[in-house]
Design a protein around this ligand. Structure first.
Ligand code: DU
Ligand code: SF4
Length: 225
């Protein structure tokens, strides 16, 4: 299969009953600001450059962000913060991401989420995480140039270790612990920890634009070897 096929197939998944119900309920009820929009309301595929050397692993689509627009991180505050940084550091052709047809393209970077359906309270269950993992295992097989994985938040870090373990790459002992700026070698991959660009972190200054830029620049340096 190809990446495009993977992206199409994942959007038809209905494996998690609770998440299927939630993503569709949010899409039916909508938020007042988006009352007249047609929500995506389905699993959100990965997005970016098929030749990417840098993979960004997020948590899950936001209910009124990617679950509305259909593209990961597109249409919410986390995405505004992330794509602005990707643009400043040369991974994105534009600083904004508002809709599927907005012209955004990434270079040397692919963005995915450990869980592909919007979860209630942004919190998937362990079962939902494990059920979705094979999608990302297959996706990584289709991204042969990826060397560096930027893990957004502890969930992205933990999910990435599980993802690599599922691909036959054992988690080092002791288990590398998530932290902002932490680098860990896991088989042929380099993991790079980064606080998640959620409002809890960006509004409080826990993650600043300069901090995110520095992680992305480091990710490229690590990919360069
Ligand atoms: O039409 P396409 O070239 O297969 O691209 C599909 C989709 O992927 C498009 O919305 C842009 C994005 N993309 C990208 O971000 N970076 C690339 O190098 C190639 C495609
Ligand atoms: Fe399928 Fe993943 Fe969505 Fe569960 S979270 S329904 S496994 S796409």
């Amino acid at each position: 299969g190809t990446l495009a096929e993977h992206q199409r197939r994942v959007t038809r998944c209905r494996a998690c009953p609770r998440l299927v119900a939630w993503r569709e309920q949010v899409a039916r009820e909508r938020r007042a600001a988006y009352r007249d929009e047609v929500y995506w309301g389905r699993p959100v595929p990965g997005f970016g450059d098929p030749a990417a050397r840098v993979l960004l692993a997020g948590l899950a689509p936001a209910a009124h962000g990617a679950n509305r627009t259909g593209r990961i991180f597109t249409g919410d505050r986390s995405g505004d913060f992330l794509f602005a940084a990707l643009h400043r550091t040369g991974f994105a052709n534009q600083p904004t991401s508002v809709a599927l047809d907005d012209g955004l393209a990434l270079e040397d970077c692919w963005i995915t989420a450990i869980v592909r359906c919007a979860p209630p309270a942004n919190k998937p269950t362990p079962t939902e995480r494990d059920t979705c993992l094979p999608w990302t295992v297959a996706e990584l097989d289709l991204l042969p140039r990826v060397r560096t994985i930027v893990c957004l938040g502890g969930f992205g870090w933990d999910g990435t270790l599980r993802l690599l373990a599922a691909r036959g790459i054992p988690t080092p002992r002791p288990r590398p612990r998530f932290g902002h700026g932490v680098v860990a070698d896991v088989g042929p991959y380099r993991l790079l920890g980064c606080f998640h660009p959620s409002q809890q972190n960006t509004f409080t200054g826990r993650l600043t634009p300069a901090m995110l830029d520095a992680v992305l620049v480091r990710a490229r340096e690590l990919a360069d070897g």
